[in-house]
Design a protein around this ligand. Structure first.
Ligand SMILES: Nc1nc2c(c(=O)[nH]1)N[C@H]1C(S)=C(S)[C@@H](COP(=O)(O)O)O[C@H]1N2
Ligand SMILES: [Mo]
Length: 246
């Protein structure tokens, strides 16, 4: 029995050592929630994904015939005055400012985004509330836009704000991932307003709530603790993980 106890103690010590060495190996890539116990799950998932998953591993893609009904949830039509005005004009005046740690700040219309090489992908959305749905998304890879803006070497995160006041942020592994899109098309049509038109984010390796709709502006930063609530997103202030990797 004492053998079993000491074996258990040894296993526990081993697990703790693996845990702490994993965490120390991850210093510098910790998510902004790392400082609290509540952020522990977030930290472990983030660390494990960043350490063990290939950076450019693709989320599964599907056939067009597998497209399913896609419920538009939460905000379906932001009340923001500027957004309303853009919407009334068919989004001809909508612009997406790209600023912060870039040498060439941009202000992009939908037509400007469509002038970049396009990518189309059929992917499965995973809402944190349990439902999933498959849709076809067309847009420009965020990496192309960041390249056009000449992102500076000190850049570490991209912060995005929406017209319904939701905001979030992404590290460069997700921002530069080939399936991370500024999407202006869905299932072969312009992106419908309830789904975030004119332009939403697709970040295929994270849960639903990280896929921001109604994009208003993008800012490149080197740290998140000085941005707004310091937690990297509005959702994080309500207890959601900043990193929602799947
Ligand atoms: N701006 C904004 N983006 C958002 C949301 C929102 O309420 N506002 N909801 C999120 C959640 S929780 C999900 S599951 C998806 C839903 O996308 P859909 O409305 O196109 O189905 O959008 C995400 N992006
Ligand atoms: Mo969601």
């Amino acid at each position: 029995m004492s053998d079993a106890v000491s074996r258990r103690a040894l296993l526990a010590a081993g697990a703790a050592a693996v845990g702490s060495s994993m965490l120390s190996a991850c210093r510098g890539v910790l998510p902004p929630t790392y400082g609290s116990l509540l952020g522990l799950g977030d930290t472990m998932t983030f660390a494990a994904h960043r350490l063990f998953l290939p950076r450019r591993a693709l989320a599964p893609e599907f056939e067009r015939r597998q497209i399913t009904p896609f419920p538009a949830i939460n905000t379906v039509d932001p009340e923001h005055e500027t957004y309303r005005r853009y919407r009334a004009g068919g989004f001809a005046d909508w612009r997406l400012p790209v600023t912060g740690l870039v040498d060439r700040p941009l202000s992009l219309s939908v037509a400007d985004l469509k002038a970049f090489p396009a990518r189309t992908q059929v992917t499965q959305h995973h809402c944190e509330r349990g439902w999933t749905a498959i849709a076809e998304w067309t847009g420009v890879a965020l990496s192309r836009v960041l390249e056009a803006a000449r992102m500076r070497p000190e850049a570490r995160y991209v912060v995005m704000h929406c017209y319904d006041r939701l905001w979030d942020s992404y590290d460069l592994i997700d921002a530069l991932h080939p399936q991370t899109l500024l999407a202006y098309g869905m299932n072969g049509s312009d992106l419908p307003v309830p789904h975030g038109g004119p332009v939403r984010l697709r970040v295929e390796r994270q849960l639903g709530y990280k896929n921001l709709k109604f994009l208003a502006r993008l800012t490149v930063v080197d740290r998140l603790d000085t941005v707004d609530n310091g937690k990297g997103s509005l959702a994080a202030a309500y207890g959601y993980s900043w990193y929602a990797g799947i």
